[in-house]
Design a protein around this ligand. Structure first.
Ligand code: DC
Length: 218
């Protein structure tokens, strides 16, 4: 068991995990693990290398040899800043598809655990509390109504000047939720010892405050 504290924040796509994770980490002065970015980076790298997303062994191999670092501006893959590229909807869908592969998940396990360094880590994902950091002293399961998540994602895209359809975003989220929750390997599920927070009607500040209060009490 590691002595480095970790707070896990798991939940479905667009539940606000990324924002909550970075603000909680900032408040505590801790590191951040955006595990979804590792799945997205693997998907992007596989697409760039023309590796078939249907080939589990080849995709796992891409993950094992991923040349990636996280700088001030975000993820850097093989020397290229790909912070925006990995956020594209098609890369997200590819990531969701390959995330079902047990061999890929295994290939990313050590890389994820290596983020657990002093003074602490806030880890954002789907299986942070159930698989990667099972001994975490605080596990959060962050949920929000799928319509509200679609609207939030829509607003984010609009603000970035990216056109999108609310209906297709909603359908995409529903399809991704279904895939993430029904896959055989590490499905999206709350850990038995997780605290569920429904952020549908909470602001970012209120959600962050809830997590910090739980940490102070733990
Ligand atoms: O959180 P995100 O949308 O960036 O994640 C992209 C995909 O990666 C998502 O569809 C599910 C998958 N994922 C996963 O299976 N396990 C994680 N710990 C993080 C993400």
């Amino acid at each position: 068991m590691s002595v480095v504290p970790v707070i896990t924040i798991d939940g479905p796509t667009a539940s606000g995990k990324g924002t909550i994770t970075s603000q909680v980490a900032q408040a505590l002065g801790w590191h951040v693990l955006d595990s979804g970015a590792l799945y997205r980076l693997t998907a992007l790298s596989a697409l760039q290398k023309n590796v078939s997303l249907d080939d589990e062994a080849a995709v796992a191999d891409v993950a094992l040899h991923l040349d990636v670092s996280f700088g001030e501006q975000g993820a850097v893959l093989e020397g290229q800043l790909v912070a925006d590229a990995i956020r594209a909807e098609d890369v997200g869908n590819a990531a969701s598809k390959i995330a079902a592969y047990p061999r890929l998940r295994e290939a990313l396990l050590q890389r994820q655990r290596s983020f657990r360094v002093m003074p602490g880590l806030v880890a954002d994902g789907r299986d942070m509390g159930t698989v990667v950091f099972t001994d975490a002293p605080l596990k959060i399961f962050l949920v929000a109504d799928v319509r509200i998540r679609a609207e939030r994602r829509y607003k984010q895209l609009m603000e970035k000047g990216i056109s999108a359809s609310l209906t297709s975003l909603l359908e995409d989220l529903q399809a991704r939720d279904l895939r993430d929750t029904t896959r055989a390997s590490a499905p999206l599920v709350a850990a038995a010892d997780a605290v569920t927070i429904d952020s549908s009607h909470l602001s970012i500040e209120e959600t962050v405050a809830k997590v910090l209060a739980l940490w102070q009490r733990s």
